[in-house]
Design a protein around this ligand. Sequence first.
Ligand SMILES: Cc1cc2nc3c(=O)[nH]c(=O)nc-3n(C[C@H](O)[C@H](O)[C@H](O)COP(=O)(O)OP(=O)(O)OC[C@H]3O[C@@H](n4cnc5c(N)ncnc54)[C@H](O)[C@@H]3O)c2cc1C
Length: 460
Amino acid sequence: MSELEKRYRERSLWLDQLSGPLTPRASLQGDRDFDVAIVGAGFTGLWTAYYLKTLQPDLRVAVLEREIAGFGPSGRNGGWAVGGLVGSAKTFGIAHERNRRLRALRATFDAVDEIGEVARREQIDCGYRKEGALTLATSDPQWVRLRARAADSGGEEEDGRLLSPAEVGELVAVPGVRGGWLVPHAARVDPARLVRGLAGACERHGVTILERTAAVAIEPGRVRCAGGTVSAPVVLRATESYTTQLPHQRPRYLPLYSLMIATAPLPDEAWAALAWRDGLLIDDSHYLFFYAQRTVDGRIAIGGRGAPYRLRSPIDPRNERNEQVRARLVRTLARAFPAAADAPLTHHWGGPLAVPRDWSMGIAFDRASGLGFAGGYTGHGVAASNMSGRTLADLVLGRESDLTAMPWVGHRSRGWEPEPLRYLASTAIVHMLGAADRREDATGRPAHRVRLLAPFLMPR
Ligand SMILES: Cc1cc2nc3c(=O)[nH]c(=O)nc-3n(C[C@H](O)[C@H](O)[C@H](O)COP(=O)(O)OP(=O)(O)OC[C@H]3O[C@@H](n4cnc5c(N)ncnc54)[C@H](O)[C@@H]3O)c2cc1C
C-alpha cells in the first residue's frame, strides 16, 4: 500500500475498511473550462454536482478536491443521517411561525429518505437503515433538558416520542436510564461508503472529479489551483471547516473537533446482552454528549466532542487523536454499553466541524457574481448536505422550489471574534461543558454556571 493510501485509510474506521484501492483520480493539469466548478468533494460538493447533473445533463460540472473524495468529515463521521434544524429557529426567524418551522423540519426529514432513495437507485451499498435515533437521559437534570428539547422541537406528535425507562429497555439495555426521546427521522449509514459511492454515481452521470487539486483562491468566474485555473461562470464553495484556510475566511467558522473510537466486531452474546435494535442510533444528553452507531459489521462506533483547540493550527492532523477524549469515550462506552467494555478498540480518529458564530447553517448563491456556498453544519451535515445539494442545484438553475424558500437560504452568520478570543471561547466551551457534566453526574443537580456560555452557544 502506498504511503498516500495509508494516510487516507488512517483517517477513519470507514475509510480504512473500504474495499478496493484508494487511488486518487486525475488532478487538474493546466487550465480548463466548465459551466459549474465546485470546490470540495465531501457530501455537500458531491450532492450538488449529482443534482445539477441529473437535473440538467448537458451542464459541464467539475468537482475539485484537495485530497480524495470523502477525505474530510464526510468520510469520517458518526453515520447519523438525521433530520432536524441545523441551527436555531430563532436565528432563522421561524421560532414563532409554526407552519414555516414545520415546513423547514419536513425538508430536513425528507433529506433522510432521499439519501436512502438515491443509495437504492444508484446501488450505493452504504448500510443505510432507517430505524430512528434515541437520545438518552441518565440523570435528573438531563431528563429535564431532554423533555424541554422535545417540547421545543417544533415537530408534530409522530415526529418524536418521549419514552419511559421500560420503553427504552425494549430498544437497548443501558444502565441508569431516566428516559429517552425517540425520533423516527434518522438512518444509520457507513459514511465513507456513501460518499465514495456518491462520487462514483456523479462520475457515471458525467461529472468530472479532479482529485489532489487544491483550490488556492475562489473568485468570480474562476478557481485558481496550483496546477492551473478552472474557469466557470458558477463557482460553489463546499469546503466546510477547511474554508477557514482560504484567504480572508479564517473567522468564518470555529473549527471544533469531534473524535470517535470503534470496537472490534462484538460477539453475538454481547449484542444479545446489549439488546440494541440494529440500525437504531443512540446518543445522550450530557453537554459533551456521545453519539453511537451499531455498525453494519457489528462494532460500536462512538464519538464525542471536547478535543482541545490549537491556537496556531486549529485544523491539523494532530487534532484528530487525543488521549483525554479517547479515555472519556472508553469510559462512556463501558458505562452505557457494559457488555462491550472489554472489547478491543481497533480505531481512533476525528475531524473538524464548522461552527458558525450563530451555530446556524447557511446556503447562498449570488447570481451576479456566480459565487455560492453551503455549510456551517456544526457537526450535523450528513442529512443537511443532501438538502444543500438539492437547494444549490435549484438556485444555480434558477428553479424556484420549496427548498429555495427555506429560511437558511441567504443566511450568512457573522464572523467569529479574532484570535485569541476565538481560542478562548472554544477552550471555555469545552472546559465548562465538561465540568458541568461531571458536576451533574456527581450530584444529580443541574449545573447552572453553564449558562455563562450562552453568548457563544446556539441562541434558543
Ligand atoms: C468525527 C465526526 C463525526 C460526525 N458525525 C456526524 C454524524 O453522525 N451526523 C452528521 O450529520 N454529521 C456528523 N459530522 C459532521 C459531518 O461529517 C459534516 O457536517 C459533513 O460531512 C460536511 O460535509 P461537507 O461536504 O460540507 O464537508 P467535508 O466533508 O469537510 O468536505 C470538504 C472537502 O473539501 C476539501 N477541501 C478543503 N479545502 C479545499 C481546497 N482548498 N481545495 C479543494 N478541496 C478542498 C476537503 O479535503 C474535503 O474533502 C461529524 C463530523 C465528524 C468530524
